[in-house]
Design a protein around this ligand. Structure first.
Ligand SMILES: Nc1nc2c(ncn2[C@@H]2O[C@H](COP(=O)(O)OP(=O)(O)O)[C@@H](O)[C@H]2O)c(=O)[nH]1
Ligand SMILES: [Mg+2]
Length: 327
């Protein structure tokens, strides 16, 4: 128990302990948290209570939606891919979501501001990608459901702070992810491979605010670049954010393919999103099962073909290709 807690704390604590219903408990716990002064000595206490509050809130939500399991950690997948933004406290996870999407998670110097995941959609050219802000990685405690969310992602951005012992932050983050059976595809794994989740990681080195810090990044880069995909950005000064969006797209390994009705222009704005390496067959399935069932031939405009070339079902398609399906 940290010293110097004000008397309001102790009365709020008593009220919380006496509260009966979940709603009442939520209210009292919010009041209790607001009585705790913010400083280093109380970080752990506040984090503990926030965790408790998150649990209570999700329980109360689940209770409201009768019969349907629901939790604050369950987020519907949307868009062309899901990217989990993870890392130690204060590395800029929430700032990144604020900058690249319309979502507005709270940004603050206090390390345990984010305690629930928060999704936002990032526009990348003509598609949208889901980014999810997550609570800070913590060796001692972490909501298990957050790892389910991270495992369900197509890509993990591991944020580290260039201005605060980035190597240590990098190592700790990887250790915690691996400790929860989440590995980047290239990593060696000493456990039963069937129990492991493989999701690509990108190391995002934030707070590279100006060229004076480039040298610090160069040291880190030297140490890590052979094994890891990494990029250095400054959210505050907007450095390399476009490159980051591009890298996210590249690492998701997806392609955008356009459907063209016969004798008409391609429907340019709304591509179908498929995994790299997809074939005409998979594209037809995406458009409609009827096309997949009845497909005779297809014409392709794009990579490795002459314009309007007739191709078969197993022809491989590429990002930007235009396809005309014939049934
Ligand atoms: N100098 C600097 N500070 C940043 C940058 N990005 C975020 N911050 C600050 O770092 C602190 C923590 O940011 P936040 O997004 O809440 O981190 P989180 O705990 O990882 O979600 C805030 O004070 C931000 O303003 C950056 O590029 N440069
Ligand atoms: Mg945050």
């Amino acid at each position: 128990m940290p010293a110097n807690l004000p008397p309001e704390y102790f009365s709020a604590e008593r009220l919380f302990k006496e509260a009966k219903s979940i709603e009442e408990k939520v209210q009292c716990l919010e009041d209790l948290i607001s009585t705790i002064p913010k400083h280093k000595g109380t970080d752990k206490l506040r984090a503990d209570y926030r965790r408790k509050l998150a649990k209570l809130k999700s329980t109360s939500q689940a209770a409201k939606k009768t019969g349907k399991h629901s939790s604050n950690f369950h987020i519907e997948k949307e868009g062309a891919g899901r990217v989990a933004v993870v890392g130690m406290p204060n590395t800029g996870k929430s700032s990144l979501i604020c900058k690249l999407t319309h979502a507005a998670p709270e940004v603050s110097d206090s390390p345990y501001t984010t305690w629930l995941p928060c999704p936002g959609m990032m526009n990348y050219e003509n598609i949208q990608i889901q980014l999810i802000d997550t609570p800070p990685l913590n060796k001692d405690y972490f909501e298990p459901e957050i790892f389910d969310l991270i495992k369900s992602s197509n890509l993990i951005l591991v944020l580290v702070d260039l201005q605060a012992d980035p190597i240590d932050q990098f190592q700790t983050s990887i250790e915690i992810l691996n400790g929860n059976r989440i590995y980047s595809p290239h990593q060696q794994n000493f456990e039963d491979e069937r129990k492991v989740f493989r999701v690509p990681f990108v190391i995002v080195v934030n707070k590279n605010d100006d060229t004076k810090l480039d040298e610090d990044f160069a040291v880190l880069d030297e140490f890590l670049h052979e094994e890891w995909e990494l990029i250095s950005i400054s959210i505050r000064n907007g450095r390399k954010l476009e490159e980051l969006a591009e890298l996210i797209f590249k690492q998701l390994k997806i392609i955008r393919v356009y459907s063209k009705p016969p004798h008409k222009e391609a429907e340019n704005s709304q591509p179908f999103v498929l995994n790299e390496g997809a074939t005409i067959d998979e594209f037809a399935m995406k458009v409609h099962k009827d096309f997949y069932d009845k497909l005779k031939t297809a014409r392709v405009w794009g990579k490795g073909v002459y314009d309007g070339q007739l191709v078969g079902r197993d022809h491989k398609i590429y990002d930007g290709d235009i396809v005309e399906l014939h049934i």
